[in-house]
Design a protein. Structure first.
Length: 159
């Protein structure tokens, strides 16, 4: 696995050199610049949308029990991840960014991932309403993330 991280940048550079040789060097440089600009704009736009949605949820005391919604976990983070992948110069990461952006492809790849790479998080569904339990109105009403924690006593920073 260490060889992969060592050789990956060289493979990305090789793909850009091949693109420049097959078309023109100016097109290869334009591809890199376009990827960086597109990735930055995707991250900026989606990041602002995520912040606004979190503020709206906090202001309306959302009924899901927290600010992390399934939409945030799936779609919003996928767009941000694709933006970061587009910012890396190379054709392989650009292809991966397209796979991450297309929802059915992303879910299909996650479904065939080996079990050791899948998340071991557990989800518990809880429905809340004023007064009595209710059935969810939409799929985004169905997830409350719950986990274990361990309290760590405050320590003196000089220790």
């Amino acid at each position: 696995m260490q060889w992969f991280f060592l050789l990956f940048p060289f493979f990305e550079l090789w793909t850009l050199i091949e693109l420049g040789a097959a078309t023109s060097p100016l097109l290869a440089v334009g591809w890199v610049v376009l990827g960086i600009v597109l990735g930055m704009s995707m991250i900026r736009r989606q990041g602002l949308n995520m912040i606004r949605q979190a503020q709206r949820d906090a202001a309306h005391q959302n009924t899901e029990g927290g600010l992390i919604t399934p939409r945030f976990l799936g779609d919003d983070l996928a767009v941000v991840t694709a933006g970061f992948l587009l910012m890396v110069p190379g054709l392989v990461t650009d292809t991966l960014a397209l796979v991450v952006l297309v929802g059915p492809l992303r879910r299909g790849l996650l479904g065939i991932a080996p079990a050791r790479y899948r998340s071991q998080a557990t989800f518990r569904t809880e429905y809340r309403a004023q007064g009595a339990p209710r059935e969810p109105d939409s799929p985004s009403d169905r997830v409350t993330i719950e986990g274990d924690f361990q309290r760590v006593e405050d320590r003196d920073p000089r220790d």
